[in-house]
Design a protein around this ligand. Structure first.
Ligand SMILES: [Zn+2]
Length: 318
């Protein structure tokens, strides 16, 4: 069984070094490591070069797709029949590939094998305790059960996935508009069973920049991914309906986080006297999750600040 480790890299040379080190420390060694450099301007090339022949380095001009195009290229370049995706700033624990290969041997018809993951910060320290207690077991989901499981949330990250190459490529390149990986998992499990190694064997890096920004963008993409699954729910299946409802609540909750982030930024802008920036932020909060803004205490605070912003604005104009 040949595994290609596929990495799309962009300006994260030192994290990339850790990522590749964690591959070379695997108890089961992959057939190859492919890095597609998406036009980095740092020393990504030198880091890849320092691993010699162990890393196949491919450079492309930055294509403006936030890594989606580079990942697709790394998949197309892969010569293995299984692809282990790895984001340039994530890491694996040493038995990750071995546990996944054992799962493939046990269930050769699988399309994707996930592990659980632990979030880590910039320094590689655990970010927050994992919500779910990992059992260490290996669990198989047939296509219908996988749909129920995945509709509720997206509990896996790309770096935790080992995917059958044909399952990734047979429908062409992934969509650039929806929440890429969540849509991929839905697409793959419509045809192939899925396996979960219920153990934290992947470390998913969340930088503070990522954590604070883009919740709105993420929630919007997730809603698109979820809504596009409506056509695939099984008629009269209560579990499908219930899982979809849980998924909707999950997405709504991320919109609430986005609205609260906008509100915080709005208050900060008002306090700083930056009315030009403040009002659009309030509008964005309203659009993301009106109920979040209209909670009584928050609403009072927001309206008070809104008046201040308006007054300051009119005084400036006057
Ligand atoms: Zn169902």
């Amino acid at each position: 069984m040949r595994i290609t480790v596929a990495i799309a890299a962009y300006n994260a040379a030192e994290y990339l070094r850790e990522a590749i080190d964690s591959v070379l420390a695997q108890t089961f060694q992959p057939f190859e490591i492919v890095v597609v450099d998406d036009g980095s301007t740092d020393h990504t090339r030198q880091v890849c070069g320092s691993f010699g022949e162990r890393v196949r380095y491919i450079y492309q001009e930055n294509d403006g797709t936030a890594g989606i195009g580079a990942r697709w290229k790394s998949i197309q370049e892969a010569r293995g029949d299984w692809i282990a995706l790895l984001d340039h700033d994530d890491r694996w624990l040493p038995t990750k590939l071995q546990r996944q290969i054992e799962a493939v041997e046990q269930w050769p018809d699988s399309g994707v094998i996930f592990t659980r993951y632990q979030s880590i910060d910039e320094r590689g320290q655990p970010f927050e305790p994992s919500e779910l207690q990992a059992s260490g077991e290996t669990i198989r989901f047939d296509c219908h059960d996988a749909l129920h499981h995945l509709l509720c949330s997206n509990p896996y990250c790309p770096s935790s996935a080992l995917v059958r190459r044909s399952a990734l490529t047979e429908d062409g390149p992934p969509s650039e508009t929806s929440c890429g990986d969540w849509s991929d998992w839905f697409r793959i499990t419509r045809k192939y069973p899925m396996v979960v190694v219920d153990q934290n064997l992947t470390e998913y890096r969340v930088t503070s920049e990522q954590f604070c920004s883009n919740k709105d963008y993420l929630a919007t993409r997730m809603r698109e991914s979820l809504m596009s699954q409506k056509a695939y729910l099984h008629g009269r299946c209560a579990a499908c309906k219930e899982a979809f409802r849980i998924g909707e609540a999950h997405v709504k909750q991320i919109f609430s986080v986005a609205a609260r982030t906008y509100l915080d930024q709005y208050h900060a802008a008002v306090t700083a006297g930056d009315t030009a920036r403040a009002l659009p932020l309030l509008k964005q909060a309203m659009r993301a999750a009106p109920m979040e803004v209209l909670r009584p205490r928050r609403f009072a605070a927001a309206s008070k600040n809104y008046l201040r912003a308006k007054l300051k604005g009119s005084r400036k104009i006057g």
